[in-house]
Ligand binder design. Structure first.
Ligand code: HEM
Length: 123
């Protein structure tokens, strides 16, 4: 597959995960709980598949573009850190609903940081 296809897979995963963070955070901000979330299964599948697609698309791009031959570049380690942080944000509204506003605000900041790292590859 071409790097372009992998990038689309990467972006599809990002859309799914960020949509889920928004949905879970808004639900918690409105006083919703895990039990009262009628779309729990749908959301879990969406962010689970999304997280996988982000990795598949990211590493697929690196492989297809021939970047991995020289080892993982530094900026991709930073992106893995962002991926982990985004995973933590997904859990935040359920585990600590009072911190849902932080998830709401931090998500786009992490998204922009991820895009900036990919565009500029600063290290
Ligand atoms: C949730 C975490 C992540 C976010 C928000 C994110 C965001 C993005 C965005 C928006 C782009 C498109 C940039 C563009 O071409 O305009 C991109 C590209 C890319 N990302 Fe991620 N990313 C994340 C995680 C990762 C991970 C874990 C990897 C692992 C290797 C990765 C590797 C890449 C690669 C290789 C590209 C293509 C770079 C290029 O076109 O030159 N990303 N990312």
């Amino acid at each position: 597959m071409s790097p372009e296809v992998y990038k689309l897979i990467h972006l599809a995963g990002i859309f799914m995960v960020f949509m889920s963070i928004g949905g879970l955070a808004l639900h918690a901000l409105n006083g919703g709980t895990k039990e009262s979330n009628g779309a729990r299964r749908l959301v879990s599948i969406t962010y689970g598949v999304g997280l996988l697609l982000i990795l598949l698309g990211g590493f697929g791009w690196l492989g297809a573009a021939g970047v991995m031959a020289a080892g993982m570049p530094g900026w991709t380690w930073a992106k893995l850190g962002i991926w982990l942080a985004v995973g933590a944000l997904l859990a935040l509204p359920t585990v600590k609903p009072e911190l849902s506003r932080i998830a709401w605000i931090a998500a786009p900041i992490l998204g922009i940081l991820g895009a900036w790292l990919a565009r500029t590859k600063p290290f």
